[in-house]
Design a protein. Sequence first.
Length: 124
Amino acid sequence: MIDYFLAVAAPPREAADKVAMIAKGAGLDIDGALDATLRRFDRLARDGIDLGRATFATEFGRKLEYYSGLVFQIDGAGMDETEPVAGGGRYDGLLAALGAPRPVPAVGSAIHTERLLAAVERAA
């Protein structure tokens, strides 16, 4: 089951359907998590993001341990995926790990300006 799950890489809604099928086959109830994920996809689409050009990959993750939720990466067309234009995600537990008295909801991202410029120049 883990191998099937980690092999999912598709446009977001198609990926969610595949994950739902894998969970159902394994007898797992992940409806709440899938509903939250689909609501996130709906929100992105309402905000003008073309989800048909996005890939949701279950094996993707940021390499920093403090991320605690959705993570993302933006690649430039024709550019090496190991050098993304931007990336980030949720890290709700980071401040508590650094000494805050309670978890603090947090999200962050970074844009690599030199890569963004290269992507814009390629597109022109």
